[in-house]
Ligand binder design. Structure first.
Ligand SMILES: [Zn+2]
Length: 324
């Protein structure tokens, strides 16, 4: 939940849920750069590496535009309230670009309330960091639409005493969570949710006081295991950062860059592998013939297509047949 804020700028852009494969580019003259190749092989797998090698883009990174200083995103998120005004919060993070990575850093100053021990603080820092990294780190690739340079989106949380992007009061027990108040007893997904607000995305659960989320069929409501949705009901262990969230973050990074850049977000193949297992489980847990099952089956089919499973099935003599 976001606190009220009068400004309304930088409304998040929504991107279609499109998975982007390797670009069909003419082969270039460059030889593969062994260090970069090894790095990619550790993180995305053969298909993406093969695509980059074929496109001639695995050259030494000398031609790439590298930022000398971090890109500083200093924006707001807002959405209209029923009866006027907006919900909103600050969106602040830094992005360091290296040859193949765009690393987001969120700096948080935790201020423990009375009754919160030093051990509680340490535990919350560890839990929140692990949850945010599990939700976001290496889950997405962003591609510069002009240069076609690609970067793995990495994330990092730093708990600091000064120089923070955000100050958060840490309370004992298991009370309510919001962007400026955390509770020691909150779930890992709750911490991932609040930290995700810090990089841009809004809530996606039903809220009668939010214009775009009044009812279950409102345009701002999603029931697709979103970390910004109603995950306590849908299953906290199944919550994920969605491609629309990554596109919003990519848009924010592009707007904060000088000159402005336009990025397209895609799932990494390692993430798609994990998502395939997760979404097959979701599909199989739902009643045959239900609309929810059909939606989950469509998600599985889309992931399978992205991973090349229909073609692989054909090659091994097993005709591909999506499970309904
Ligand atoms: Zn929220």
């Amino acid at each position: 939940m976001k606190e009220t804020e009068p400004e309304a700028v930088d409304a998040p852009l929504r991107a279609p849920e499109v998975v982007q494969g390797p670009r069909p580019e003419a082969a270039g003259p460059g030889a593969a750069h062994p260090d970069l190749l090894r790095k990619l092989q550790r993180s995305v797998g053969n298909r993406a590496v093969a695509g980059l090698v074929e496109s001639g883009r695995l050259r030494a990174p000398a031609r790439r535009t590298l930022a000398r200083a971090p890109v500083q995103v200093r924006q707001t998120a807002s959405e209209p309230r029923v009866g006027g005004g907006t919900f909103g919060g600050s969106v602040r993070f830094d992005v360091d670009f290296s040859a193949f990575e765009a690393t987001i850093t969120v700096k948080v100053k935790l201020v423990p309330a009375s009754g919160v021990s030093a051990a509680d603080v340490t535990a919350v820092q560890a839990t929140a960091t692990a949850a945010f990294l599990n939700m976001w780190d290496n889950r997405f690739l962003i591609t510069d639409q002009a240069s076609h340079d690609q970067f793995f989106l990495r994330v990092n949380v730093q708990f600091v005493a000064t120089g923070q992007h955000f100050t958060v009061a840490l309370h004992p027990g298991n009370g309510r969570m919001d962007e400026t108040n955390w509770s020691v007893g909150a779930s890992p997904t709750d911490f991932a949710h609040e930290l995700t607000h810090k990089i841009g995305p809004n809530d996606e659960y039903v809220d009668p006081t939010a214009v775009r989320r009044r009812t279950a069929t409102s345009p701002g409501v999603f029931t697709d295991h979103s970390v910004m949705g109603n995950y306590p009901t849908e299953g906290a262990g199944l919550a994920e950062a969605k491609l629309r969230h990554a596109q919003e973050v990519a848009d924010r990074i592009g707007r904060a860059s000088s000159p402005h850049r336009h990025f397209t977000a895609a799932y990494t193949l390692s993430n798609q592998g994990e998502r395939l297992v997760r979404w097959r489980g979701i599909r199989d847990s739902l009643a045959a013939g239900s609309t929810q099952r059909a939606a989950a089956a469509a998600e599985v089919t889309a992931i399978e297509a992205d991973l090349g499973i229909p073609q692989l099935s054909g090659l091994t003599g097993v005709p591909y047949a999506p499970t309904p």
